[in-house]
Ligand binder design. Sequence first.
Ligand code: SF4
Length: 355
Amino acid sequence: MDRLEEMIPYLLHWYRYNARVLPWREDPSAYHVWISEIMLQQTRVEAVRSYYQRFLAELPDIRALAECPDDRLMKLWEGLGYYSRCRNLKKAAQLVCEQYGGELPADYKKLRELPGIGDYTAGAVSSIAFGLPEPAVDGNLLRVCARLTGSREDILSPAVKKNLTERLRAVMPERESGALNQALMDLGACICLPNGTPHCEDCPLMHLCVAFSEGTVSEIPVRAAKKERRTEKRTVFLLFREGRVLLHKRPEKGLLAGLYEFPNVSGALTAKAAKEALKELLPMLSLTDGKLKKEEDAVHIFTHIKWEMKAYRGTVSAEDSALSEDYIWVDENAFKAECSVPSAFGKWDVFSKKG
Ligand code: SF4
């Protein structure tokens, strides 16, 4: 018997007594599983708990999500990052309302066609909410299975992932596919850890595990070297007028699409160069005392890019009519309650000392 098949009864038994208590497991409807899995991408379980509860309290079903105004949705997502996830949630919810009467389809392929739903999420929703025999293969599962089987293949390779998905699909247990996927998620999160030493002594698969028996746990999984992250230097302007700060809406496509940011330009500029750049960017503004004051530097890391940011604060006067509609002045209340400013700009607590 294949080790992947052999592990199943041990994992299911272990899960019965060791499943993590998580809010989205209390009522695992397709909507709940979907929202939680999208939030959990790139985000820790502990961070997701409160977001999940707040999101569901305000948007209890797919129709409410489909009709939620964009700014409100971004606000509910603020702090979770990777905002394309929440834009895709709304797009998918609208399609589900148009095509499936407001209920997610109990069909892996149809789920997979919805925006933002990849193989993993389609597998999780199919199995946990609908009991379909679909695996949910992510990095955790790839790591556990690589160690279990002693595989030294690159777990970042799409071919390796595809092969594992097919092998698992062939052995998914009837009626318990959701439990098996969740057991693997929990084992990967709590026992067969990604960083640090795994807790093999507590693992229900220890007697089957090739990496454990061969003493190669610390060498597996194998990952091919990732591409280097590109560094971009930027200069950020914190501009105030009568207790309001100036925000700029980013373009609808690309990094942080459609979100508000503090106006900024490329390059790490000195105060003198920053003043020139500001004049060029927003010629209708003039610094009331002619000065830009240096603020703390900040660094933000995205998946493929690192931003190194210098920041300057200034007080300005301006004609509203002269600013393009991508710019808005907001007071403290609007800044906190209505505008989604991504965490990349979270370093500067702009209203703690007004300009
Ligand atoms: S025995 Fe250790 S390495 Fe093997 S699956 Fe369990 S925790 Fe992972």
